[in-house]
Design a protein around this ligand. Structure first.
Ligand code: AKG
Ligand code: FE2
Length: 295
């Protein structure tokens, strides 16, 4: 018996359908239990050609925006200052960023965490070279007060565009299960060298998607390997959150070409478009999200 076949929830049934179709049960359970899961490229339905395009699009955007040259990412000695600026808002730089944002397996996992009304909030690259510093433990669910942990409010869906094999690659690290604390880290918990929590480094091959509940504490190790770690970070949020970037202004050409992009960008209810009149047609679906975490 499949519960989803009984039409009990118009919101969770289609998400279940995707979880079933893409074989994501283990990843859903890991998201619940640990607040983080790593999905291999085979399950993501992507091949090497996709990852090469995605990595190249990031590297070319960095070159264009920051006036640098990155010939071979596996040997590049790119300076940290050039890797770390002008990194946000990549969607219109290359259509591969749209493909990454609306990958159906990615969206199934995002919608499990944030509901069918999940909103695309922002994309940024992380490019990290030899000797770049690590990062203290933190939550990405900024602005959510303690106590708001029953559902995920945001999530981070990051495409690995280089292999993360061990600590020397400078990977993201996680405190598994920390989403259950439902608060940001406190100062004495943040330092990776002294935190009382067990920290687990992200291991995965290029083309994997690491997705975590925005409340799951994470940081990063120093990179000691030569060459560049390359990552596309994608932020999604529930529809009541403020987005990193206002994608409602995305070119009509892209929105028309990719209906899935149009859906995940959505149309925020607030602020009202007409400041003197409530738009009841748009209020109704927003109210639905108050009745069901999968709406
Ligand atoms: O992998 C890293 O360097 C840190 C990533 C991070 O904090 C994030 O993507 O929110
Ligand atoms: Fe983060």
């Amino acid at each position: 018996m499949d519960m989803k076949d009984h039409g009990v929830s118009e919101h969770v049934d289609p998400i279940m359908e995707d979880i079933d179709r893409f074989g994501l049960y283990k990843h859903i359970v890991e998201l619940e239990a640990y607040g983080i899961t790593v999905v291999p490229p085979e399950t993501m339905g992507v091949d090497e050609e996709f990852v090469d395009r995605l990595r190249n699009a990031i590297l070319r955007a960095c070159e264009r925006r920051n006036g640098v040259e990155i010939a071979d990412y596996q040997a590049s000695e790119l300076a940290q200052v050039d890797a770390g600026r002008n990194t946000w808002d990549l969607l219109e730089e290359d259509e591969v960023f749209v493909e990454a944002a609306i990958n159906p397996v990615n969206l199934a996992l995002v919608r499990w965490l944030l509901g069918g009304s999940a909103v695309f909030s922002g994309q940024t690259w992380i490019i990290k070279g030899e000797g770049y510093p690590g990062l203290n433990l933190h939550s990405d669910a900024h602005g959510i007060p303690p106590g708001g942990g029953h559902v995920a409010h945001t999530c981070n869906a990051s495409w690995l565009c280089s292999d993360y094999q061990d600590a020397a690659d400078g990977p993201t690290v996680f405190v598994p299960g920390s989403h259950r604390h439902a608060r940001a880290t406190l100062p004495h918990e943040e330092d990776l060298a002294t935190t009382p929590f067990k920290v687990v480094p992200l291991v995965g091959k290029s083309g994997s998607l690491a997705i975590w509940n925005g409340a799951t504490w994470h940081g990063a190790y120093v990179r000691s390997n030569p060459g560049l770690r390359v990552t596309l970070v994608q932020a999604y949020a529930r529809s009541y959150m403020r987005v990193h970037h206002d994608y409602e202004n995305t070119s009509p050409r892209l929105l028309e070409k990719y209906p899935a992009l149009k859906r995940v960008i959505g149309e925020s209810l607030y602020p009202y478009q007409d400041s003197q009149n409530a738009d009841w047609q748009r209020v109704a679906p927003f109210m639905k999200t108050g009745t069901d975490p999968f709406a």
